[in-house]
Design a protein around this ligand. Structure first.
Ligand SMILES: NC(=O)c1ccc[n+]([C@@H]2O[C@H](COP(=O)([O-])OP(=O)(O)OC[C@H]3O[C@@H](n4cnc5c(N)ncnc54)[C@H](OP(=O)(O)O)[C@@H]3O)[C@@H](O)[C@H]2O)c1
Length: 337
């Protein structure tokens, strides 16, 4: 297997001083790849040089991933301190006392004594079962509530106090929600994980997080070509088909996927691309250590933004909501430059 020296991979320093890799690997099998396939890829990725992994209880594969972390430690490939392991509390564990239990379960499944980063997966308690279709919507779904979110966040803060988690973060937030929550945080989020790709660049949120000292983690950095059916809609953009991306990829003699990763790292968000295929995940890491995009190419990609959200979260909609844009506080209408 081709290996990438982790020392060559760019790093990011978080507001609490923690230094983490500038690229990681996603572990959501998209209801398509089995836990075994994903965990095998995680093991291969550690061997290849990945040091950052994005997990979640909701992905249903933490036990298998925990086994390969153990194997990697036992095989002497890495030590625990070499890895940055992130995971997330799922929506059905937001209640008082539930976050601690959820964190304990993830620690147990991942076979770890601490997490580097623990995130709130979605800013509401709207649960859906693994593999759900759109009709699988929870009839008890509710809109965002500051009070409900703070009940969850206070428990996240306690996990830091207890030393079970080094750093805490948020996911799927908007500027509207962050403005309500941030002034009330005793321990502020160091990271925010949201969808960002060349076809959905979220420039306003990007600038806002920069001002607030919050590091963005970019999920679905390639436009999630294998996302579950519940997240697809007729007319969705196909990120890999973006003309500017294709032309720049041709100039660099590589797949557009590789350009998505280079662009993300050079812009400053931390991409967490997913792939179970060795050739792809090795290339996704290697590409950030060589053959960088020029300023002109970066500018061309900036201008090619389609402001096209792909992971709309429709399955989380509550009854009175008009459509998925309500989940994002209508910000997609103005999150452009
Ligand atoms: N916080 C959240 O709510 C949230 C939501 C979504 C995702 N995530 C995280 O983000 C991670 C990545 O997101 P994602 O899987 O939705 O989207 P993605 O990384 O944008 O797309 C992954 C797909 O891109 C293709 N791909 C990857 N590398 C490639 C390469 N070098 N060449 C060609 N094709 C390549 C693969 O397709 P094939 O399988 O066909 O090869 C793979 O399945 C997830 O695993 C998860 O950890 C978080």
């Amino acid at each position: 297997m081709e290996q990438v020296n982790p020392v060559l991979v760019p790093e990011r320093k978080l507001s609490d001083g923690m230094v983490i890799p500038g690229i990681g690997m996603g572990t959501f099998g998209n209801d398509r790849y089995s836990s075994g396939e994903v965990s095998d890829a995680v093991y291969g990725a550690i061997k290849a040089g990945y040091r950052l992994f994005d997990c979640a209880a909701a992905y249903g594969n933490e036990k298998e991933i925990g086994q390969v972390f153990q194997k990697a430690f036992a095989d002497g490939i890495v030590q625990r301190e070499d890895l940055t392991i992130m995971t997330k509390v799922w929506n059905d564990r937001h209640g008082e006392g539930d976050v601690l239990v959820a964190c304990a379960q993830s620690l147990r499944d991942l076979k770890l004594s601490y997490l580097d980063i623990y995130m709130v997966h979605w800013p509401f308690p709207n649960y859906h079962a693994p593999g759900a279709h759109l009709e699988g919507r929870n009839p008890d779904a509710v809109p965002f509530s500051l009070e409900e979110y703070l009940t969850t966040w206070r428990q996240m803060e306690r996990l830091v106090d207890l030393g079970l988690v080094k750093s805490i973060g948020m996911s799927n937030m908007t500027i509207t929600k962050l403005e309500q929550v941030l002034p009330l945080c005793r321990i502020r989020p160091t990271v925010l994980e949201v969808e960002i790709s060349p076809t959905f660049q979220q420039p306003k949120l990007f600038e806002y997080c920069k001002e607030q000292g919050i590091q963005l983690i970019a999920f679905s950095p390639m436009g999630s070509p294998c996302r579950p059916a519940r997240d697809t809609e007729e007319g969705d953009v196909v990120t890999f088909e973006l003309p500017a991306l294709k032309e720049i990829a041709a100039a660099h003699h590589c797949h557009p996927a590789t350009i998505c990763v280079k662009w993300a790292v050079q812009r400053g968000q931390i991409p967490i691309p997913f792939s179970i295929y060795e050739k792809e995940y090795v290339e996704n890491l290697k590409c950030v250590t060589e053959d960088f995009l020029t300023d002109e190419e970066m500018e061309r990609l900036r201008k090619a933004d389609q402001n096209a959200r792909l992971i709309k979260g429709k399955v989380f909609l509550w009854e009175e909501a008009e459509d998925w844009r309500d989940i994002w506080d209508g910000e997609d209408a103005w999150n452009i430059l």
